[in-house]
Structure formats: structure tokens, C-alpha cells
Design a protein around this ligand. Structure first.
Ligand SMILES: Nc1ncnc2c1ncn2[C@@H]1O[C@H](COP(=O)(O)OP(=O)(O)O)[C@@H](O)[C@H]1O
Ligand SMILES: [Mg+2]
Length: 302
């Protein structure tokens, strides 16, 4: 059965972060490895505001899709997952069914403080920046590109991780170098583009275009680079059904665009608190997540 959880409640564990979507707890280290229990709740954020209604099962679908990609990409890139089931670390008395499919035990890393975004198509803030300047994150693009057009090649378009309540800001590669140093910046760019190309290839064979995606990376004490957080989910990516793709018009997508469109249609000012969602918008949003999971990973959770 799919479960619904707006906020994790794990007495006895130390909450280290309550994000827009995830509740993150510290676990005792094992074999010298610092560990986290990361719980994906059913919270939905849009325009960087967390909405009051959960999307039932969303956290489970996100976790299972991420886990699928982490497993498949392990040969390309180390990831933060540890081989411990969440049920093995839950405090006594907690209903394990609530957490089994939405939590992971992960290596606690030092986050690389940027959003590592790859874009293969021109949409969203990339399209806005291109229209204003002909560039995205300092990268000059050919003139005359249209909305949703495929780029000549995928580009690395980092943004800064904004503090809570703020919006992320696109920055150029030099800003990343200034923040983390040239060597780490280069490794992050290389990993971002390599993972994007690989995933876009895979998804294309499933009839899905990955217009863009955001990765988060972290390093361990030895300086080794890992991919962490979530990977290639509808929350971190724009997935477009290939058969509905037309250059020049915004494609329908598997991501939060559906909710964003609804929120635009009611004229919400995008300031907290977010509005309640009608049941049909909640159901349709859950169905989008389920469809992405089924089409990409052949997984159905119910
Ligand atoms: N392996 C990890 N080590 C350290 N921090 C991590 C790891 N995986 C994810 N995180 C962090 O945990 C948080 C996940 O919560 P989330 O709800 O996604 O936050 P946000 O609102 O910042 O997107 C993020 O701040 C992310 O950077
Ligand atoms: Mg996040």
C-alpha cells in the first residue's frame, strides 16, 4: 500500500534538516562512516514555497525512482547510498511501513554548495536568460533558437543554492570556480554532463526527453566526489513525452509544471502560505509521478 506522510516523526533521532521535501536525520556512524537517514515526505513545493497539501505516495515514488537511477549509474559515478535498510535504523515503535519505501540510509557528505544543472533544451530560466542576453550562465548560444529547442550540445548551467525562502540564481562557471576551486568545479561539470548524457540516452529509448536536470554532489574526507540527494526525478528534472514534443511550444511534462500551471491560473502571488490544491489537481499530480516511475523504471507502487 502506498502511504502518505507530510512530516517525518522519529523520536530519538536527531533532525539535522527539514527541507522543502526531505526530513534528514543523523544516524550513529558505522565503521567510521558518518550516516544520515533521509526521508522523502509527500510535501510538494512550487515556486520554492511548500504547499499545505501532501501528494499521497510522492515521497515513495521519488525515492524509488532515485534509487533506480543510483543503482544503474553506480558504475559511472559513486553515490551516497549505503547498504542498510531504513527499517534497520528506525527507532522502536515507529511504523516501518511508513518509511520503508521513502527513506534511505546515506553516507553523510560535505555538500558542494551549488546546484549542478545540465540542460539539453532551452526552457525555463535558461530560455529567459537566452532571450535577455543570448547566453545561459555565461555560455553563448547560437542566435535564433526557439522555445524548447534542443541545444547543439548539453551545457552545464550551475545555480547557487538559495537560503530558505529565496530563489536559486543562475551563475557562470567562474562563479563556481570562485566558490569551490577550479579542480572541484571541473570535476562537477564533467560529472554533471556525463550523467546527463547517459540518462538522456536511456530516457529517450523510453520515449522521454530530459530537458534539464539538477544534481547535487558532495565529497567525503578523502575528497572523493559522490552524487547525493535525489537523482533524475520529476522534482529535479523536466521530463517531456517525446511524442508530444514540438519546438516553439511548451511541452506537457511529467514534472511539477501541471501544478505550476494551476497556481498561475488562480493568480497566486507565489508568496507563502501556498494555496490548498483541489482534489483533482492532487490526483493528477500523483498520477504524473506514477507515470514517470513506470515509464522510466518499470515500477508501479500501490
Ligand atoms: N548524502 C548527503 N549528505 C549531506 N547532505 C545531503 C545528502 N543528501 C542530501 N543532502 C541534503 O539534504 C537536504 C535534502 O532536503 P530537501 O528537502 O531536498 O532540501 P531543499 O529544500 O534544500 O531542497 C538537502 O539540503 C541536500 O543538500
Ligand atoms: Mg532538494
Amino acid at each position: 500500500m502506498s502511504t502518505t506522510l507530510l512530516q517525518a516523526d522519529l523520536p530519538g533521532l536527531t533532525l539535522v534538516h527539514r527541507g522543502k521535501v526531505r526530513d534528514v536525520y543523523a544516524l550513529p556512524p558505522a565503521a567510521g562512516v558518518e550516516r544520515l537517514l533521509i526521508v522523502a515526505t509527500d510535501r510538494l513545493s512550487a515556486f520554492d514555497v511548500v504547499l499545505p497539501d501532501p501528494i499521497p505516495g510522492k515521497g515513495e515514488m521519488l525515492t524509488q525512482l532515485s534509487n533506480f537511477w543510483f543503482a544503474r549509474s553506480a558504475a559511472l559515478m559513486p553515490n551516497h547510498l549505503l547498504d542498510t535498510a531504513p527499517s534497520a535504523v528506525l527507532p522502536a515503535g515507529v511504523d516501518a511501513r511508513l518509511y520503508a519505501r521513502r527513506a534511505v540510509v546515506a553516507r553523510r557528505l560535505k555538500p558542494v554548495p551549488i546546484e549542478a544543472i545540465a540542460r539539453g533544451y532551452l526552457i525555463g530560466s535558461g530560455w529567459k536568460d537566452y532571450q535577455a542576453t543570448g547566453k545561459v550562465c555565461g555560455i553563448a548560444l547560437p542566435p535564433g533558437l526557439r522555445l524548447a529547442e534542443q541545444l547543439p550540445e548539453p551545457i552545464f548551467t550551475p545555480s547557487t543554492k538559495a537560503a530558505a525562502g529565496d530563489h536559486d540564481e543562475n551563475v557562470d562557471f567562474d562563479a563556481v570556480v570562485a566558490k569551490v576551486g577550479a579542480e572541484l568545479a571541473e570535476r562537477v561539470r564533467e560529472a554533471t554532463l556525463r550523467l546527463y548524457r547517459w540518462a538522456a540516452d536511456y530516457a529517450a529509448r523510453r520515449g522521454i526527453l530530459i530537458a534539464d536536470t539538477k544534481f547535487e554532489f558532495g565529497t567525503d574526507e578523502a575528497g572523493r566526489l559522490y552524487i547525493m540527494d535525489e537523482m533524475l526525478t520529476p522534482d529535479s528534472s523536466r521530463f517531456w513525452p517525446a511524442d508530444a514534443y514540438r519546438v516553439g511550444s511548451p511541452p506537457p511534462s511529467y514534472d511539477k509544471q501541471y501544478v505550476r500551471d494551476y497556481l498561475e491560473s488562480i493568480g497566486w502571488d507565489k508568496r507563502p502560505p501556498g494555496p490548498r490544491l483541489p482534489p483533482e489537481v492532487i490526483a493528477a499530480t500523483a498520477a504524473k509521478y506514477a507515470e514517470a516511475l513506470a515509464r522510466l523504471a518499470d515500477l508501479r507502487l500501490d
